[in-house]
Structure formats: structure tokens, C-alpha cells
Design a protein around this ligand. Structure first.
Ligand code: ADP
Length: 155
């Protein structure tokens, strides 16, 4: 399997680059942010829980995030590979991913880290907020919190 992790702060272009790779390699794209937004849109218990954290720009707790990610992978047993977009974001998530892939006799093939200056991230996210419908892209304080959470917990 071709298992690629796309790593980088909010607004660095993970989703855009993931789409380019899906087009080129035909592998499964898993964005934990998209999965949470889907659950939120359907007002599921998982979505309501995630919203408490996402609306503040905080990370959703590991246990919830890891369980959701594993379910998504398990629901797609026949794929040639996976692009992990926005996962892992903490050390426990990274450890869980290693163990999970090992249990499937596979491993991380490649990690691509996108690096963009902070001022550019804020600009891009505010611009995205004009059309994305994402509340967390409309408020500069929430954006700055997401960038600082990336630095303290993810990077
Ligand atoms: P961005 O990278 O622009 O912040 P995402 O769609 O990847 O956008 O994530 C949006 C929000 O979803 C995050 O701010 C966080 O609250 C939650 N989230 C996404 N992925 C994770 C993860 N791996 N662990 C915890 N929370 C996550």
C-alpha cells in the first residue's frame, strides 16, 4: 500500500495537495476534519461532541479521533493506499496509527510536510472563510488558536 501522511499547519494546502494526489494515484483520501464536518452536518452524537472543540479551534480528543479514523480505514479494505490529511496531530495519534497499520501488515510510506509562514496562513484561511462556510475560518482569533495548537501539540 502507498500510505502518505500530509502534514502541515491549518491553511498550508493539505486538502489541495491531497486532491492532486487522489487524481494522480487513485488512492483513498481521509481528512479527519472532513469526517468531523460530515458528522456535524448530520448532528450525530460524534458530530455534536466534535463541534465543542472545533468551534474553539481546539483538537478533538484522541480517543474519539482515533476511533473514527480506524472505522473509516476498516470500511475501505480494498484500497491501494491512503492519504492521511490532518491525521495524526498528536503523539498518541501517531503511535496509534503505527500500531494500526502494523496490524494490517503495512506502514507509512511517506510523510510530506508543508511549510508556510504564519501571516500567509492567516490570510489564506480568512479568504477561504469567505466561501467555505466554515465558522472556524471566519474568526481571526480561532484561526490564531489553531495555528498555536499546531505548534504546541502537532509540530
Ligand atoms: P485545518 O487543517 O485547516 O485546521 P481540518 O479540516 O484538518 O482543517 O481540521 C478542522 C478541525 O477539526 C481542527 O481544528 C480540529 O478541531 C479537528 N481535527 C481535525 N483533525 C483532527 C485530529 N487529527 N485530531 C484532533 N482534532 C482534529
Amino acid at each position: 500500500m502507498l500510505n502518505i501522511i500530509l502534514f502541515g499547519p491549518p491553511g498550508s494546502g493539505k486538502g489541495t495537495q491531497a486532491q492532486n494526489m487522489v487524481d494522480k494515484y487513485g488512492i483513498l483520501h481521509i481528512s479527519t476534519g472532513d469526517l468531523f464536518r460530515y458528522e456535524m452536518g448530520n448532528n450525530t452524537p460524534l458530530g455534536l461532541k466534535a463541534k465543542e472543540y472545533m468551534s474553539k479551534g481546539e483538537l478533538v480528543p484522541d480517543e474519539i479521533t482515533i476511533g473514527m479514523l480506524e472505522n473509516k480505514v476498516n470500511a475501505n479494505p480494498d484500497v491501494q493506499g491512503i492519504i492521511f490529511d490532518g491525521f495524526p496531530r498528536t503523539i498518541p495519534q501517531a503511535d496509534a496509527l503505527d500500531k494500526f497499520l502494523e496490524s494490517k501488515n503495512t506502514e507509512v510510506t511517506l510523510l510530506l510536510a508543508l511549510d508556510v509562514p504564519d501571516e500567509e496562513l492567516v490570510k489564506r484561511l480568512l479568504k477561504r472563510g469567505e466561501s467555505s462556510g466554515r465558522a472556524d475560518d471566519r474568526d481571526e482569533n480561532i484561526i490564531k488558536n489553531r495555528i498555536s495548537v499546531y505548534k504546541s501539540e502537532t509540530s
